[in-house]
Design a protein around this ligand. Structure first.
Ligand SMILES: NC(=O)c1ccc[n+]([C@@H]2O[C@H](COP(=O)([O-])OP(=O)(O)OC[C@H]3O[C@@H](n4cnc5c(N)ncnc54)[C@H](OP(=O)(O)O)[C@@H]3O)[C@@H](O)[C@H]2O)c1
Length: 331
C-alpha cells in the first residue's frame, strides 16, 4: 500500500499505518546547531509534499517551542499528518510518569500543537518511581477520552514493554537503532516483533555522524548537544570514523549517499528480525528530506550487509552518557 504521494505505508502495532519514512523534528529547535524557522517550516512542508507524513516531536524539545513550530505546519495540513509527540522527560536525566502528570502533559501538548488529537503518544522515558502499568493506564484513558489515538513507549526494555502491552495495545517502541547502535536487537526488537509492536528507530543516521559530514569534534558548534556524548568526544570520534568509512564505501558502490545506505540498512535489519519499522531521520534542510526518502529504493547485497553489520564492532563509546537512561543500561 502507498499513500497519495506513492510513498509505501507500513503498519506498526495497533493497526497504525504510517509512511515508510518518517521525520524527526527535534533538531528544528536548537540541539544540533542553529535553526531558522522559515527554513524549518519549508522542510516540514516538503516532508508532507513528498508524502513523508509521520512527524515526530516531543513536549520537551525546545521547551515546548518545537510543538509550537509543528502547530504552524498543522494549521492547514492537520489531516495530512500522522502526528507523534511525547511526555515524560523532566530533567537530564529525570522522568515523570504519574497519572496526574500524564493528563496534564497531553492537555499542554494539544494546546501548543493547536489540535484536538495526537495520533501517537509516547512515554519518552520511564519514571522508575511509578509502576509502568500506572503510566500506561493513564495513557490508555487518553485514548478513551479521544485525545490520543495510539500509544508508544521510548527506550523501554523488553520486560517493560511486556508489562505495558498487558495494559493496552502499543503501536510502537521508539528507541535508538542504527548501524552504530545495535543493542536493541538483543531483546527489545525481538520482543516488539513477538508482540506485534512496531519499531521506530530514532537517530537512525547516528545523530548525523553516519552521513560522513562530521569529521572531528571541531565540526560541531560550541552549543551542540553532541559535544557531551561519549561517541563524539575527541578520542572516540576519531575511532568511530572507521564506521563511517564502511558506510561511505557501500554508498560509493551503490551510487547512493551514506545517509541513504544507513537508512536502507535499517530496513533490511528490521525485515530480518521480523519487525514493522519506520525510521525518523531529522534534518533542517528540505533537500535532505528527498535524499533520505530515496533510501527506500536503495538495495544492498548480502556482502554489503555483512560488512555493514560488522562495522558496529569498531564503535568507541556508549550511545548515552548515562546508560540507565536508555534500555541498554537496564536489561
Ligand atoms: N525518543 C528519544 O529519546 C529520541 C532521542 C533522539 C532523537 N529522537 C527523535 O529521532 C529524530 C531523529 O534523530 P536525530 O535528529 O537525533 O538524528 P539523525 O536523524 O540520526 O541525524 C540527524 C542529523 O543528521 C543530519 N542529516 C540528516 N539527513 C542528512 C543527509 N541526508 N545528509 C547529511 N546529513 C544529514 C542532520 O543535519 P542537518 O540538519 O544539517 O541536515 C542532523 O544533524 C529526532 O528528530 C527525534 O524526533 C528521539
Amino acid at each position: 500500500m502507498t499513500n497519495a504521494n506513492s510513498v509505501p505505508m507500513v503498519t506498526l502495532g495497533d493497526e497504525l499505518s504510517v509512511s515508510a519514512i518518517g521525520f524527526g523534528a527535534m533538531a528544528l529547535t536548537p540541539v544540533y546547531g542553529e535553526v531558522d524557522d522559515t527554513e524549518s517550516l519549508a522542510t516540514l512542508n516538503r516532508c508532507v509534499d513528498l508524502g513523508v507524513t509521520f512527524i515526530d516531536t516531543a513536549n520537551v524539545y525546545g521547551g515546548g517551542e518545537n510543538e509550537k513550530l509543528i502547530a504552524r505546519l498543522l494549521a492547514d495540513r492537520r489531516d495530512e499528518v500522522t502526528l507523534a509527540t511525547k511526555f515524560g522527560i523532566v530533567g537530564n536525566p529525570a522522568a515523570r510518569g504519574d497519572a496526574a502528570y500524564v493528563r496534564q502533559c497531553i492537555d499542554e501538548s494539544l494546546q501548543r500543537l493547536r489540535t484536538d488529537v495526537v495520533d501517537l503518544y509516547y512515554m519518552h522515558r520511564r519514571d522508575h518511581n511509578v509502576p509502568i502499568e500506572e503510566t500506561v493506564g493513564a495513557m490508555a484513558e487518553l485514548v478513551a477520552a479521544g485525545k490520543v489515538r495510539h500509544l508508544g513507549l521510548s527506550e523501554v526494555t523488553a520486560d517493560e514493554l511486556r508489562a505495558a502491552v498487558a495494559v493496552h495495545p502499543i503501536a510502537a517502541v521508539q528507541s535508538e537503532w542504527s548501524i552504530w547502535s545495535r543493542d536493541v536487537e538483543r531483546n527489545v526488537v525481538p520482543a516488539a516483533a513477538e508482540l506485534g509492536v512496531g519499531f521506530v528507530p530514532y537517530s537512525p543516521l547516528g545523530r548525523g555522524f553516519l552521513t560522513g559530514t562530521i569529521r572531528s569534534a571541531a565540526d560541531l558548534p560550541s552549543t551542540d548537544f553532541r559535544r557531551n556524548m561519549p561517541r563524539f568526544s575527541e578520542g572516540a570520534l576519531d575511532t568511530n570514523l572507521a564506521v563511517v568509512e564502511v558506510v561511505k564505501s557501500a554508498a560509493e558502490l551503490q551510487g547512493s549517499t551514506a545517509a541513504q545506505v544507513a537508512l536502507a540498512w535499517l530496513r533490511y535489519r528490521a525485515d530480518a528480525l521480523g519487525v514493522a519499522s519506520v525510521p525518523i531521520p531529522g534534518t533542517r534542510r528540505a533537500e535532505r528530506v528527498q535524499e533520505n526518502l530515496g533510501s527506500l529504493s536503495v538495495t544492498l547485497t548480502r556482502e554489503q550487509l555483512d560488512t555493514l553489520d560488522a562495522a558496529a564492532a569498531a564503535v568507541s563509546g556508549n550511545r548515552s552518557a548515562d546508560l540507565s537512561w536508555v534500555s541498554a543500561g537496564r536489561e
